[in-house]
Design a protein around this ligand. Structure first.
Ligand code: FAD
Length: 283
């Protein structure tokens, strides 16, 4: 039976607005050399419109200097319609055609502007303003603010119905939660590709921060690994890479639409994972 090749993509983030862009460009060059299908660039919710300019500049460089399709993240709750319209013009002027449309995390330092309350409203707004390819976020373990899992799924379907053609998942460490979610999406009629978000955990501090931010559940296999190897930077890096590879192999065997690797701008980790799974992903 002919299988379609899973999409393989990376996420990177811009440096702090006070740091020169050159701080990340050599990492971006190395990541681009691994030839993912696209690289998405986050948008710092705390950076104001300046955060958007950096995202735009780096996305344009990925495209023009490194020949990689960029996807620009765009959160909306802290912006007015005029501000979002100006960011879209900037994207258009830089030849950026793919946008991950997001609500954005609530941030006490960034007052909400009340023009946008949910990502679906942003998707609607962008759809009316031109020909962008729209991606949206999804949550295999349910978004932490959702009233119920069913509510969250209905809201996800709204994003697809309004024009998102591609979903990228929040990171998770238990593939079973992703399979369960994927089945529910199928039942409710969400039939766009869903890329699985994989975060290779390569140090102990990272896992504490990530889990408190996104609430991912930790399988016993993962916590045992952290306890056993957490004391040694080399051991936890190797174990984290091996864990991510194991997740990807299982996902590919179960017909995943795509893998979205949260690279943390770390080309060494991305290279080791890519080399290990390239045959499995048909690359
Ligand atoms: P939404 O889809 O709007 O959902 C948010 C909550 O509102 C959910 O609980 C949903 O169930 C609920 N909801 C939706 N519609 C309705 C409705 N009509 N009525 C009632 N409730 C509703 N943040 C950044 O700031 N910058 C980034 O670059 C960034 N990149 C990300 C990339 C990925 C792949 C992911 C998964 C997240 C990213 N985030 C980023 C974080 C994201 O902004 C947060 O998770 C945010 O809390 C939710 O964003 P969303 O677009 O999924 O929101």
């Amino acid at each position: 039976m002919e299988q379609t090749r899973p999409i393989y993509s990376f996420e990177v983030f811009p440096p702090k607005p006070t740091t020169p862009v050159e701080a990340v460009t050599s990492a971006f060059a190395e990541l681009s050399a691994l030839k993912p299908d696209f690289i998405s660039v986050t948008y710092g919710a705390g950076g104001g419109l300046n955060g958007g300019r950096l995202t735009c500049e780096l996305a344009a460089r990925l495209k023009n200097e490194f020949g990689i399709k960029p996807v620009a993240h765009l959160p909306c709750i802290s912006y007015t319609k005029e501000e979002i319209a100006s960011v879209l013009e900037d994207f258009r002027a830089h030849g950026i055609t793919d946008i991950l449309a997001l609500r954005g995390d609530r941030n006490p330092d960034m007052p909400e502007k009340n023009d946008f309350h949910y990502a679906s409203e942003l998707i609607d707004f962008i759809r009316q303003r031109g020909d962008f390819e729209l991606y949206a976020a999804c949550y295999p373990e349910v978004h932490p603010e959702a009233r119920t899992a069913a509510d969250d799924l209905r809201h996800l379907k709204e994003k697809v119905d309004k024009g998102a053609t591609h979903l990228i998942s929040q990171l998770f460490f238990d593939n079973a939660s992703f399979y369960d979610f994927r089945e529910k999406c199928d039942i409710i009629g969400i039939n766009v590709p869903i890329e699985a978000g994989i975060m290779p955990v390569v140090n102990a501090a990272q896992i504490q921060r990530m889990v408190s931010l996104c609430g991912a559940s930790l399988p016993r296999k993962f916590t045992v690994m952290m306890q056993r190897f957490g004391h040694s930077p080399e051991a936890i890096r190797d174990a984290g890479i091996a864990y991510a590879i194991d997740q990807i192999v299982d996902l590919a065997a179960n017909g995943v639409d795509g893998i979205h690797l949260y690279t943390m701008n770390n080309p060494l980790v991305a290279r080791r994972i890519t080399e290990a799974v390239s045959g499995i992903l048909g690359r």
